[in-house]
Design a protein around this ligand. Structure first.
Ligand SMILES: CC(C)(COP(=O)(O)OP(=O)(O)OC[C@H]1O[C@@H](n2cnc3c(N)ncnc32)[C@H](O)[C@@H]1OP(=O)(O)O)[C@@H](O)C(=O)NCCC(=O)NCCS
Length: 167
């Protein structure tokens, strides 16, 4: 019933789509993109546009997971696979649904998918000011492995974080 998705994920034992309470953890569908673009615009100083998201989503290395409540996207994560590494593009929880464990849930879902596709670690750059994301990732066992000054367009430093998936 929920079989629509990018073919490369079909048949993998990644456990999605799956229901969690009244939500559905699922692969992104094209119709979700407009809501993802809206969340990007509301949540990030340098948001990805609808066109940029579409371009990324069409790339074979890209995977987008969403959490929907009925048809509303309340969380998403995008990541790309580069050999043994999965790299976060961005993730966001709708402001009305934060601090309920959805951030952890969607990251752990992405971990499972990346692992199934052969990743040994997950990595990403986080704004040094983004305490929420840094704390959430640390809670999942991520470590800071470096900093990149001037990483973001506004000159903000990135904290480079990573998590070993095979422990
Ligand atoms: C960062 C973000 C994804 C966290 O999602 P979330 O669903 O609220 O996080 P969770 O409920 O899973 O929180 C897990 C833990 O992270 C930490 N955490 C989450 N939000 C926090 C905050 N605002 N301040 C401090 N710690 C926070 C806490 O340790 C929390 O555990 P607790 O609630 O038991 O204390 C969310 O705040 C968000 O979407 N922010 C805007 C977009 C963004 O910054 N994305 C990341 C960069 S790509």
């Amino acid at each position: 019933m929920f079989g629509f998705g990018k073919g490369r994920l079909e048949g993998l034992p990644d456990g999605i789509p799956r229901r969690v309470g009244d939500c559905l953890v699922d692969r992104l569908r094209p119709r979700d993109l407009i809501q993802v673009a809206r969340l990007e615009a509301e949540s990030f100083p340098e948001p990805l546009s609808f066109r940029a998201l579409l371009r990324l989503w069409l790339m074979p290395v890209t995977h987008y997971i969403v959490i929907r409540k009925k048809r509303k996207v309340i969380a998403y994560i995008g990541f790309q696979m580069f050999g043994p590494a999965a790299h976060t593009i961005s993730m966001c929880i709708h402001p009305d649904h934060r601090r309920r464990g959805l951030g952890k849930l969607i990251q752990q879902t992405a971990d499972g998918i990346a692992k199934g596709l052969g990743a040994y670690w997950f990595t990403g750059e986080v704004r040094v000011s983004n305490t929420a994301q840094i704390k959430m990732l640390e809670g999942l066992g991520w470590e800071t492995v470096g900093v990149c000054p001037n990483f973001f367009k506004n000159g903000e430093t990135a904290v480079v974080m990573w998590n070993r998936l095979c422990k």
